[in-house]
Design a protein around this ligand. Structure first.
Ligand code: HAM
Length: 452
């Protein structure tokens, strides 16, 4: 609610400017998707899919076909809906309708890649897409962690021939983020960088982890005991304090990178060094989603307490294939907008970005509302009026009450519209801070108020 929404609007307007400057275009994906999309995309063993999704079974639809609502998109197979199992949704076509599991989106990368496949976006070459919107995770709410939260994200995705696999794209994303945070006024961030390699590297790493965990996993939490068998990499998501000393001793992925992943990572760092974006390497950074390959990163901010990741992202070169699409290397990120606003509030109050009225128009006495409304309309539609805020009072207010209202909302001027003013077609304009009052002919009002 106001005044905090002013900060949110300021952030969103600023990031839209930055995205425009980097040639990104907005994509709007559905708030809910087929559960299977997230299970396949994000990974069954991740905390997000195994514990945090808001999922329900959609009741059977009574008629088949004809639906043009968003819901009709779900469960439709990819590749022309051939019903060969490549599509999402467990549509159990029984002639009378179909039941399927749906989930409020916990993140938006899977949805963007689904859209990429469904709408054959490879025809456009390299897609540079951004989104701003709510995501949902069933988590224990605390400062900076909510069940409905907002993400500002971007994805760069396309066929390899479009350059989507180049380390230049990774570096450009990271440089964009540094610019974006500077532009909104977040200071004191740290970029943590790692490479999580390709699937073959991770298979070797997982094997090494399994071996390293075998003698110690009995002392770890139940989740880790399960992960050690199903997907050892996810042990790094563990937050249990007693398990941390064991996790510290485990091998790191950097030891398992193959030559091409190593070269990719080096080139990302070379470009970052060349453009002057500072980073620290964190070999334990594996991110909580399964789709990552090669570059993985987070930006952290000291002022946020336990939930210190202001944003996270990375490359996901195999995600499109995992979802039944063609090869489409990609990289992206998502900023937690709630956390971004929280860190801004440390330095700027929401009040400081709220625009106050430039003028409060005060009709004085019966019959004056219509004259004040006419003046307000002229000023609001004036060519100089972009960004100008005009507030309109009421003829029922006495002069004192109008002054109090104008003062309270921090208006710059008050403009009096009384019988004498209307008759003379010139109006009393008072600058509230200095107390200076002048009479201004109608034709000069806009110049006077909007120019100063
Ligand atoms: P993520 O790390 O799961 O990545 O989320 C990104 C950011 O969303 C986090 O760094 C955090 O700021 C914010 N966030 C996550 N959960 C919550 C919550 N419960 N309350 C408040 N903020 C939260 C992704 O979602 C990936 N899709 C990012 C990505 C895009 N990777 C590639 N492309």
């Amino acid at each position: 609610m106001p005044p905090d929404t002013a900060l949110w609007n300021f952030v969103e307007a600023t990031v839209r400017d930055v995205f425009r400057a980097y040639n990104f275009h907005e994509i709007r994906t559905p708030i809910f998707e087929s559960t299977e999309l997230f299970a396949r995309g994000v990974g069954e063993e991740t905390d997000i899919v195994s514990k945090e999704m808001f999922t329900w079974e959609d009741r059977a639809r009574s008629s088949v076909g004809g639906g043009s609502d968003a819901g009709s998109e779900f469960g439709r197979g990819f590749g022309g809906g051939s019903g060969d199992g490549a599509g999402f949704g467990d549509g159990s076509g029984d002639g009378g309708g179909r039941r399927q599991m749906l989930t409020l989106r916990p993140e938006n990368t899977a949805g963007v890649v689904r859209a990429y496949i469904e709408h054959k976006l490879w025809d456009r070459g390299l897609n540079k897409l951004f989104y701003i919107g709510p995501q949902f995770r069933r988590e224990r709410p605390q400062k900076g962690r909510y069940r409905q939260f907002y993400q500002i994200g971007a994805e760069v995705i396309g066929p390899a021939a479009s350059g989507s696999q180049s380390p230049a794209r990774d570096a450009e994303i990271l440089e964009l983020l540094a610019t974006l945070l500077d532009r909104v006024g977040v200071t004191g961030w740290t970029l943590e960088l790692n490479s999580v390699g390709c699937p073959e590297d991770r298979a070797k790493f997982n094997e090494a982890l399994r071996l390293a965990l075998a003698p110690v996993v009995g002392k770890m939490c139940a989740d880790c005991q399960r992960r050690a068998v199903t997907n050892p990499l996810r042990v790094f998501d563990c937050k249990v304090p007693e398990d941390q000393p064991i996790i510290e001793t485990l091998p790191t992925i950097s030891q398992f990178l193959d030559e091409s992943c190593r070269a990719h990572y080096e080139e990302v760092k070379n470009i970052l060094n060349a453009v002057g974006v500072p980073y620290v390497e964190n070999q334990r950074l594996v991110r909580g989603l399964d789709y990552y390959t090669r570059t993985a990163f987070e930006f952290t901010h000291g002022g946020l307490g336990a939930q210190n990741a202001i944003l996270g992202g990375g490359r996901y070169d195999g995600l499109s294939e995992a979802l039944g699409g063609p090869a489409a290397p990609g990289i992206g990120f998502a900023i937690g907008e709630d956390r971004l606003v929280l860190s801004l509030m440390e330095t700027a109050s929401a009040e400081s970005v709220v625009r106050k009225p430039d003028v409060y128009i005060a009709p004085l006495g019966a019959g004056m509302n219509r004259h004040a409304a006419r003046l307000a309309r002229e000023l609001r539609r004036h060519e100089l009026a972009a960004n100008v805020v005009i507030e309109l009072g009421d003829e029922a207010f006495r002069l004192k009450k109008s002054f109090e209202a104008a003062d309270k909302m921090g208006a710059r001027y008050i403009l009096i519209v009384g019988e004498n003013e209307v008759a003379a077609d010139a109006f009393a304009l008072k600058h509230l801070a200095s107390g200076e009052q002048v009479t201004v002919p109608r034709g000069e009002l806009a110049q006077r108020i909007l120019r100063t």
